[in-house]
Design a protein around this ligand. Structure first.
Ligand code: HEM
Ligand code: HEM
Length: 329
């Protein structure tokens, strides 16, 4: 297989991995008992059972599924949300957070080898930094308000009481609903400004991956402007971000004729993609906190030359002729 074919396979591979991540957690939902009988010896219950079984009755109310009195799928969706999504999402996010904090405490920060040189190189233009921080700000608002909707019941009711939580949840719901469309603007911008340097380079990327970016010890593996860990974050952010945008718009605007089934499925995909993007975001944050000299890349747009040589030697080598760095300030 030629490297050209190889390169084309990588994005597809990532797409398949994201698909598996999104679809596998939905299997219990798909396989759940569809019609569990309610064994209550009440003659009136038969009436409700009939209403539940009927696909649709007749009504003069105009609109989608207005003739459906009891939505059977809603019960399945509710049970799946509270019995699977919520606890497994919490275990994944809590687990990733715990492992990263432990690793940071054990390993400490990654210092610039040989200290700072005092010579800085241009790394990100004002436009790129603007797009990045706009995306990050909207992401933080959406993440915090989304997590409050998902977990506030357990975390905030003991602190704020039921009335306090009701107010917080109402505010978070409105904030989430209104800031969602901003993310729909941010994701294509993020995709465009970082695409060029996040294309995969199989030989360099595989070598970096096999040596886990130097975390296994030994010489720091080579990397271009971004290493494969950063590239994975870029592609996860863009792909899971796209799933969040499409499913979020379907939830945000229920007035476009979508039925309850599609809304329920959108909600499940939305929450699974939300957990995936938040888990990988924690890794992104770990890298920024753990690595000395990286934060300034996105704040000032410049990095120390020794940092560049240590972590992105191929990028450094490409620049060195033009020692002020690349592109506009
Ligand atoms: C408080 C939150 C965040 C902080 C402190 C932060 C910090 C940084 C820093 C310092 C870099 C520069 C890395 C380098 O030049 O090697 C960076 C790059 C990047 N960040 Fe963030 N970031 C945050 C949130 C986000 C979010 C929410 C997203 C996307 C949804 C994101 C996507 C990216 C991307 C795509 C890059 C380029 C490197 C890559 O392709 O992975 N960041 N970030
Ligand atoms: C960083 C990206 C995002 C994250 C992490 C996120 C996360 C979440 C979470 C965790 C929930 C709660 C699910 C539940 O209670 O079971 C939720 C609900 C929702 N999200 Fe997002 N979301 C994001 C982006 C978006 C976007 C881009 C939109 C719209 C375009 C959107 C629209 C909605 C809507 C309408 C709901 C339902 C709110 C309600 O209960 O009324 N979200 N989101």
């Amino acid at each position: 297989m030629t490297p050209r074919h190889d390169r084309r396979l990588y994005p597809w591979g990532l797409l398949v991995i994201l698909g598996v991540f999104l679809v596998v957690p939905l299997l219990p939902y798909a396989l759940a008992e569809k019609d569990s009988p309610i064994l209550v010896p009440n003659p009136g219950a038969e009436l409700w059972r009939d209403a539940r079984r009927a696909q649709a009755g007749t009504t003069q109310v105009a609109g989608v599924e207005t003739g459906v009195l009891i939505d059977d799928g809603g019960e399945r969706w509710r049970a799946y949300r509270s019995q699977w999504l919520t606890p497994y999402g919490a275990s994944i996010l809590g687990g990733v957070f715990g492992v990263l904090v432990l690793y940071l405490l054990m390993r400490g920060r990654i210092r610039i080898a040989g200290g700072r040189s005092g010579r800085t190189l241009r790394r990100h233009s004002r436009l790129v930094r603007g797009v990045h921080w706009f995306t990050a700000l909207v992401f933080l608002i959406l993440g915090l308000s989304g997590l409050t909707l998902l977990y506030g019941k357990w975390v905030l009711i003991p602190l704020l009481g039921p009335e306090g939580f009701a107010v917080t949840a109402r505010v978070c719901k409105q904030v989430h609903n209104y800031s969602g469309p901003l993310f729909v603007v941010a994701i294509p911008l993020l995709f465009s400004v970082f695409l060029r340097d996040n294309r995969l380079d199989p030989k360099v990327d595989l070598n970096w991956l096999m040596r886990l970016g130097g975390h296994l010890g030994g010489r720091h593996p080579s990397a271009g402007k971004f290493n494969v860990g950063q590239k994975a974050w870029y592609w996860i952010a863009v792909l899971a971000g796209a799933v969040l945008c499409v499913s979020g718009l379907l939830l945000d605007f229920p007035n476009f004729g979508q039925g309850r089934g599609l809304m329920q499925l959108s909600h499940l995909f939305h929450t699974i993609a939300g957990v995936i993007i938040l888990a990988f975001f924690l890794v992104h944050l770990y890298a920024v906190i753990a690595m000395e000299g990286v934060f300034e890349a996105m704040v000032k747009g410049r990095v120390d030359a020794n940092w560049a040589r240590q972590h992105h030697d191929l990028w450094y080598a490409k620049l060195d002729g033009n020692s002020d760095g690349e592109g506009p300030e």
